[in-house]
Write a protein that binds this ligand. Structure first.
Ligand code: FAD
Length: 419
């Protein structure tokens, strides 16, 4: 008997519960990935290239037997299953709004067996005592810790006998991923001890840079959590934020597109395309903001502190809709993840979860001076400022707007909808 393992956001074979379930059910499995044009359309080049790297690595793990097919999964998955005589398809559950709708449609044609998810705790499982979902992080984290998660599943590529097939297409030639286990071991040994102290400093290499691996499930968060010592609570909490936002989105799929707190629908926003372009291209005249936006275009990754500052600038200095910025991020971030991104944006805009800090307006100059104290981060990404020494590099040059003025404007607009 045979089955299909349809990989989506679980591009690995280690700690993969769906592989165990597939091996129990069938003597052999076809490993499938579907390049869905709906998802690719919203992705920029760095994102697609990173996905290809993940797929090449997974294909190597599977001994060259990963089957990659272009098309609509609703058509492709049942067709591939039928071609190998499989009556079931094994997946890690997808908690996002698009994935849930897609999976429900696939399920009308072939049995879908969901085992595990990309999160330590599957979205929807942590609830208040009265059964309703959490909207504030700190109590969620407490309940999340109390709920706990299973130990990593003992799997690898040999857990399943992979079916060879010519149903797929070749991936463009190129490299795979670096050795992610070795990268993790280095971070754990060298950076994790100072993580709490350095995690807000974009000029230092103090964070794991594991977000894109987590996004595609190259590594499962549970694998990392099992490897953390008792002093690593700051890092563990970041993984809790990831689970939290997935939980919020699971309960409120509409929050991917609109304000979680609907009172903010009345907030007045502008639609200045010229200013939006200046922000996207890193030409606002605020060096810390411009460095972040150029890092995004160059690397497809931006430090968390800088994501907060550039997002605040778009929403509170330029008064543009948060979803414009979120869309730009999703196109370019290699770690672009609907739950973390839309809710990261809504947190900054004050329209989402938590004690909404709508009155907090980041000052792009003092944020730079505080978190990039020598200006090294700015000089790395804004070459025309390379000759300006030290923190003087954070002073605005030909700014598109005056921060002090726009701050007052933002507060006035928020005040207009309060109460
Ligand atoms: P580390 O500091 O090493 O953290 C470890 C892991 O914890 C990360 O890889 C990530 O999976 C998770 N994590 C850390 N911070 C957060 C957070 N605030 N919310 C949710 N998970 C977190 N993260 C994404 O993965 N995808 C996104 O699309 C995304 N968009 C964002 C948009 C905005 C406006 C903001 C403010 C934040 C966004 N984040 C997003 C969260 C955070 O910036 C990144 O996860 C982090 O910078 C990734 O770098 P790292 O792996 O070195 O993080």
């Amino acid at each position: 008997s045979s089955t299909v393992v349809w990989f989506r956001r679980d591009l690995r074979t280690a700690d993969h519960p769906a592989l165990l379930a597939a091996a129990e059910r069938a003597s052999a499995a076809l490993g499938l990935f579907v390049l869905d044009p709906v998802l690719l359309r919203a992705s920029g080049r760095p994102r697609i290239e990173f996905l290809h790297r993940c797929l090449r690595s997974l294909d190597r793990e599977l001994g060259g037997r990963l089957v990659v097919v272009d098309g609509d999964p609703v058509e492709v998955v049942p067709r591939v299953a039928a071609a190998v005589g499989a009556s079931s398809v094994h997946v890690s559950a997808d908690a996002g709004p698009y994935g849930r709708t897609r999976d429900a449609a696939v399920e009308r044609h072939v049995e879908l067996v969901r085992v595990g998810s990309p999160y330590a705790v599957t979205p929807g499982r942590v609830a208040k005592p009265d059964g309703t979902p959490y909207r504030v992080f700190t109590p969620f984290r407490k309940a999340w810790l109390a709920h706990g998660w299973p130990a990593p599943a003992d799997t690898d590529a040999s857990t399943v006998d992979w079916i060879a097939s010519d149903l797929g297409r070749a991936l463009p030639a190129g490299e795979g991923l670096p050795d992610v286990g070795a990268l993790w071991a280095r971070f754990r040994d060298e950076r994790l001890p100072d993580y709490a102290k350095h995690r807000d400093r974009p000029d230092l290499d103090g964070t794991s840079r594991f977000s894109a691996f987590l996004k595609w499930g190259v590594v499962h968060p549970r694998t990392l959590l099992a490897d953390l010592g008792p002093d690593a609570s700051a890092f563990r909490d970041e993984l809790a934020w990831r689970d939290f936002y997935a939980d919020v989105l699971w309960h409120r799929p509409d929050s991917a597109r609109r304000n979680l707190d609907r009172r903010f629908d009345r907030l007045r926003v502008d639609d200045d395309q010229e200013r939006f372009r200046a922000w996207c291209e890193g030409r606002t005249g605020y060096p810390f903001v411009d460095a972040g936006m150029r890092q995004l275009l160059a690397e497809g990754w931006v430090h968390n502190r800088v994501r907060m500052v550039v997002a605040s600038f778009l929403v509170k200095d330029l008064h543009l809709p948060w979803w414009w910025g979120a869309r730009h991020f999703m196109r370019h971030l290699v770690d672009g993840d609907l739950a973390s991104n839309q809710h990261g944006w809504q947190w900054v805009a004050g329209t989402g979860t938590d004690a909404a800090p709508f009155f907090r307006v980041f000052n792009p100059v003092t944020q730079g001076e505080k978190f990039d104290p020598n200006g090294d981060y700015v000089r790395r990404y804004v070459p025309e400022l390379r000759d300006i020494p030290g923190k003087a590099v954070h002073q605005p040059r030909d700014p598109v707007v005056d921060h002090a003025h726009e701050r007052r404007e933002a507060l006035a607009r928020y005040a207009a909808i309060k109460g």
